[in-house]
Design a protein around this ligand. Structure first.
Ligand code: NAD
Ligand code: DAU
Length: 353
């Protein structure tokens, strides 16, 4: 692992048109994807990540000596770098995770979101198009640009509304959601105008290892450990549809392998929960783990609501289930068991927060 070097020339020659280029593979979902990819197959990965505050090479520690993983620190908006990587490694696919991903940050400083999510995705699409156009027939036919997106592009549901489907009109409400919606539209346009073989996935809220602790679940765990307030925005009745990150990664692998060019697939866990229910469940686990500090629910503190806070998200994953045979494996309740292990490993007595 490390910056691309001459040592990796062999990787490019030996694995041309087999390996994949991942962007944002040091972040939460991207690192889970890279680890799962190498655990479930033998195709090498070139991982382009700028290592912003959200990227962390520790997430990839398990593969630090794995020659199938080439890490390149750089920006997706750096077209010369992206062009050079595509020429050098000749990937058969690009799996695009890199983004600014936190809604609250997008409210306080939207510029980075426009730069990476929109301008960065545009740069990547332009270079992907140039590379793909020059490929010989067979790898050109097989090539995929897989764009990882979010259910937030669909806006907010009322309690009685049906879940988001692939034909739900876009109605993004935060600068983050708008920047992701814009990137989805660019991907769509590159397929329709230039024929670039794209697949877009729109996923619901993920949980699992390596999530940065500014997002709800890891923030609550960390604060509970530190005996700090557990902030709940507004009335705590906003609903999110939770999916285990490993299930999301499997959905992406399936969409990459079998998804049709130009299609979009919604990925979700059929696990709608109010925020207060999620936080209460985390508190119950913490009570088991640290009974001396129970009840952790005493730390719950209602705070000022997020501006423009979407009320409810829910994904209908019927299309990817029917057409590609994907199913979520991990139930949210069972994941509490997973969290027990995770909490013990990451915040246990031998490894205090
Ligand atoms: P994250 O914030 O944890 O990680 C983002 C990664 O992208 C980081 O490693 C960061 O260093 C890298 N990055 C940022 N800007 C970059 C740039 N200009 N060039 C190269 N690398 C850059 O995000 P995440 O939660 O892992 O989300 C990954 C993708 O999945 C995003 O596109 C996000 O919109 C989407 N998504 C996330 C969720 C979720 O619940 N977290 C749900 C659905 C979709
Ligand atoms: O739906 C998919 C999206 O899920 C992804 O596209 C985003 O990248 C990801 O960050 C996530 O967005 P959310 O805004 O839903 O996630 P977050 O963890 O920030 O918040 C989850 C819910 O919890 C939301 O209703 C806001 C609320 N919340 C969040 C924080 C950080 C609180 O009540 N208190 C908090 O401190």
């Amino acid at each position: 692992m490390g910056a691309a070097s001459n040592a990796h020339h062999t990787t490019s020659r030996r694995h041309g048109h087999q390996l994949i280029l991942v962007t944002g593979g040091a972040g939460f979902i991207g690192s889970n994807f890279v680890l799962d990819w190498l655990a479930t197959g033998n195709t090498p990965v070139v991982n382009l990540d700028r290592l912003t505050y959200a990227g962390n090479l520790h997430n990839l520690a398990a593969i630090k000596d794995d020659s199938r993983h080439v890490f390149v620190r750089g920006d997706i908006a750096d077209r010369a770098l992206v062009a050079a990587l595509l020429q050098r490694y000749q990937p058969r696919a690009i799996v695009h995770f890199a983004a600014e991903s936190h809604v609250d940050r997008s409210i306080h400083g939207p510029a980075e979101f426009i730069q990476t999510n929109l301008v960065g995705t545009f740069a990547l699409l332009e270079e992907a198009r140039a590379y793909w156009s020059g490929l010989p027939h067979a790898p050109r036919e097989a090539f995929r640009f897989l764009h990882v997106s979010t259910d937030e592009v669909y806006g907010s549901l009322a309690a009685e509304d049906p879940a988001f489907s692939e034909s739900t009109p876009y109605a993004p409400n935060s600068p983050y959601a708008a920047s992701k919606a814009g990137s989805d539209h660019l991907v769509r346009a590159y397929h329709h105008t230039y024929g670039l073989p794209t697949v877009t996935t729109n996923c619901s809220n993920n949980y699992g290892p390596f999530q940065f602790p500014e997002k709800l679940i890891p923030l609550i765990i960390l604060n509970a450990f530190r005996d700090k307030a557990l902030p709940i925005y507004g009335d705590g009745r906003n609903v999110r549809d939770w999916l285990y990150v490993g299930d999301h990664c499997e959905g992406i692998r399936v969409a990459l392998a079998r998804g049709l060019s130009g299609e979009t697939y919604n990925i979700g866990g059929r696990a709608e929960r109010t925020n207060i229910d999620v936080v209460t469940a985390v508190c119950a686990i913490m009570d088991e783990h640290r009974p001396q500090n129970a009840p952790h629910s005493r730390l719950i503190t209602y705070v000022k609501d997020r501006p423009g806070h979407d009320r409810r998200y829910a994904i209908d994953p019927g299309k990817i289930e029917r057409e590609l045979g994907w199913r979520p494996r991990q139930r949210f309740e069972d994941a509490s068991g997973e969290y027990r292990t995770w909490v013990a490993t990451n915040y246990g007595e031998r490894n205090p927060a």
